[in-house]
Design a protein around this ligand. Structure first.
Ligand SMILES: Nc1ncnc2c1ncn2[C@@H]1O[C@H](COP(=O)(O)OP(=O)(O)OP(=O)(O)O)[C@@H](O)[C@H]1O
Ligand SMILES: [Mg+2]
Length: 469
């Protein structure tokens, strides 16, 4: 035998010894106990000493059923079937055991028994811990899905204005389709409300409702936010990559809020996605099918943006399949009263305060405000008034100073005028209000004022009034 062969054999022997030592270590430290039996069920290895108080030397070679109460190891060596997590009573303890046959060349040469839990109460406490974890997980899952759920429906859109009612009907009808919707309106007019309602009324209502505010995300991050990214797509990219809003909205709806603020290069990318109906994650190569309904909203006039060359015309046409143009609150005077009453009721219940009623004078004050912040501003004014009103009735003095001041101005300016001037001023006011209410329709406005159309024209000409149609 050569010298190299001898040294190879020595190395092999050394490795084997180390493995055996490791096995012994493992065996001795097995947490609750292990027993090995041969093919006849006689004990060949034992570390139940910790548990049963009997040492290995006293049991070696004995039939396992004579030593361990209720064991089935001597049966397992016959059946060859493993028994996992069985409850076995030993000396008054319910222990959880597993029994596994040991086979060599298909023949049973013994079996191993292990105690996994020395008492079932340990298992119960583990099960309890797992239950708590599962409950927490399902709570968070529930909260996440609530976040991605439409919160408002068409019933939440309060209005008695004919144009708004028509918009609600149009939106309800298109909700059932997959068409792209563009919602336009001043800030606080209820664009988001409409988007939620459309999703909730659609066949996609069980999918997610995802919002992306195009103005709030830095230009460089917008693409990753929309399309997601693959691991290592850029420095700082999260391990495992990140799902984008389009993927999150698959089967549901995505609201691209403040679309007018989308950077020009991103507009081209979005257009390509809308046309090809697929996209790729940043740094990815696999095309992903676009399965989200797109609703976009803007408080800028997108058509003007297109004229100025700031918004792509082709994208504008793509997004503008159905347009919902929400009129500002000042152009739907009848809504101010209805909304004020409705919002007050809701706020009273949300804020958990005593019942509040708006005095007619307070409503009149609210009606003559210009409402640049629309329904959001009205809501805020009412919330403040509810907090300021000491009694049930909300009086004008509970409104913010800037609203009352404007009203006082209109009424006091009449005091030092001649009757002719007062009549003229009142006429102008009445005409303005009637035209606003009729949304620029002069015939309707004349009917409401109970005067002839030509008479209305003459008066408007006399007062140099311009009408928006
Ligand atoms: N017709 C309405 N009926 C009841 N509540 C309304 C109505 N319109 C708007 N609101 C309420 O007014 C507030 C503002 O509405 P929303 O957030 O939808 O406005 P927005 O047009 O998206 O505004 P912004 O352009 O500033 O984002 C919300 O609290 C909403 O519930
Ligand atoms: Mg909004």
């Amino acid at each position: 035998m050569s010298e190299t062969t001898i040294s190879t054999q020595e190395t092999e022997l050394q490795k084997l010894k180390e493995s055996m030592a490791m096995m012994d270590e493992l065996w001795d430290n097995a947490s609750y106990g292990m027993v090995l039996v041969d093919e006849k069920g006689a004990i060949v290895k034992w570390n139940y000493e910790k548990f049963l108080g009997i040492s290995e030397k006293d049991v070696l070679g004995k039939p396992v059923q004579d030593v361990i109460q209720n064991t089935r190891l001597h049966i397992v060596v016959k059946t060859g079937k493993k028994e996992i997590c069985d409850v076995q009573e030993i000396n008054g303890h319910n222990v959880i055991t597993s029994r596994v046959p040991i086979k060599k060349d298909g023949k049973i040469i013994g079996a191993a028994g292990t105690i996994l839990f020395s008492d079932t109460s340990e298992l119960h406490s583990l099960a309890k811990k797992m239950q708590t974890l599962e409950d927490t997980l399902s709570k968070y899952k529930g909260e996440l899905s609530k976040l991605l759920e439409a919160k408002f429906s068409f019933e939440d859109i309060v209005t008695s204005n004919p144009k708004m009612m028509e918009l609600k009907n149009i939106a309800k009808r298109v909700a059932k389709t997959n068409s792209t919707v563009l919602i336009q309106g001043e800030s606080g007019t209820g664009k988001e409300l409409f988007a939620h309602a459309i999703h909730k009324e659609s066949l996609r209502r069980y999918g997610n409702f995802v919002t992306l505010n195009c103005a709030a995300i830095p230009k460089e991050l917008l693409e990753a936010e929309l399309f997601g990214y693959e691991e290592g797509a850029f420095t700082g990219a999260k391990k495992g990559g990140k799902i984008g809003k389009f993927e999150l909205a698959a089967g549901g709806t995505i609201l691209l809020d403040e679309i007018g603020s989308m950077p020009y290069e991103m507009q081209s990318k979005l257009l390509r996605v809308l046309e090809s109906k697929e996209f790729e994650r940043v740094g990815g190569t696999r095309p992903i099918k676009l399965d989200a309904r797109i609703i976009s909203s803007t408080n800028e006039n997108l058509e003007n943006e297109v004229q100025r060359g700031e918004f792509r015309r082709d994208l504008y046409y793509r997004l503008n399949v159905i347009k919902i143009d929400i009129p500002p609150l000042r152009n739907r005077l009848e809504d101010i009263e209805l909304l004020s009453k409705n919002v007050t009721q809701k706020l009273v219940s949300d804020l958990q305060v005593n019942k509040k009623i708006l005095a007619q004078e307070t409503i009149d004050n609210l009606k003559s405000h210009h409402w640049p912040g629309n329904v959001r501003e009205l809501r805020n004014v009412l919330e403040r008034a509810i907090n300021f009103a000491p009694k049930t009735v909300i009086l004008p003095e509970n409104l913010p100073e800037y609203i009352i001041r404007n009203n006082k101005k209109t009424s006091t300016t009449t005091t030092n005028k001649t009757l002719k001037e007062i009549v003229e001023k009142t006429e102008i006011e009445a005409i303005k209000q009637a035209i606003t209410k009729a949304q620029g329709n002069r015939t309707l406005a004349a009917q409401q004022l109970n005067i002839h159309r030509t008479s209305l024209y003459k008066k408007m000409e006399k007062y140099g009034m311009q009408i928006e149609d």
